[in-house]
Design a protein around this ligand. Structure first.
Ligand code: FMN
Length: 191
């Protein structure tokens, strides 16, 4: 396998509960962001934006995230388990990167393309993490898409939250690789 193929094939989503608390040095996080910055971008809008949390900043964000869940969930569907989960999820991660799409003022480039470009930037982070032996999860759980999260993180009206990327190290074996639909079923060849 080529190096690139190996990295792509062996990348797995690893939940933060399987991380071990070991810290990633900031220069590696900076390298992952620099990889993300080379995603393709129609019209060169470069719509990806990152908010990087670690240490006390991460603990504070997790508490705020949990509080958003508490404050914006009807009593009948609120569960203390989920509230605690949001707080404790990040405890074993080293960093969390909130990624959002910054909508250009002119809105000239179609929305789907700005979202696609930001998703490509996220994949660069995930592949860079895999190459560095870093466990990662692209999460959209909890209140990621709720308007209150946009407010908390200072997004503007037309910006779009794309996910919370948990990063850390894990001692656990990589989760099994699994694809449910054969590639042949996803592909049509027209010769
Ligand atoms: C847009 C997006 C959102 C995701 N959100 C979550 C999530 O909230 N929680 C989670 O456990 N995994 C999440 N995942 C990860 C998927 O569960 C994972 O990619 C899938 O199970 C395939 O596993 P793999 O990444 O190891 O190949 C998300 C993936 C994508 C692309």
């Amino acid at each position: 396998m080529s190096t690139l193929e190996k990295i792509i094939r062996e990348r797995r989503s690893v939940k933060p509960s399987l991380m071990n608390g070991k810290k990633i040095i900031p220069s590696i996080i900076q390298q992952l962001l620099a990889l993300a910055d080379w995603a393709p971008t129609h019209g060169r809008t470069e719509p990806w934006r990152f908010i990087v949390f670690s240490g006390n900043g991460l603990a504070q964000f997790s508490q705020q995230h949990a509080d958003l869940y508490k404050n914006h969930t009807p009593e009948e569907s609120f569960t203390n388990a989920k509230y605690q989960n949001i707080i404790h999820n990040a405890e074993k991660a080293s960093h969390l990167i909130a990624v959002y799409m910054k909508r250009q003022a002119s809105q000239k480039i179609p929305l789907i393309e700005e979202i696609a470009a930001t998703a490509a930037a996220i994949e660069h982070i995930l592949l860079g993490a895999q190459e560095q032996g870093i466990a990662a999860l692209w999460s959209t759980g909890g209140m990621t898409y709720h308007n209150s999260m946009k407010q908390l993180l200072g997004l503007e009206e037309h910006d779009q939250m794309m996910g919370l990327i948990y990063l850390g190290y894990s001692d656990e074996p990589s989760p099994p690789a699994k694809r449910n639909i054969a590639l042949s079923e996803k592909t049509v060849w027209k010769d």
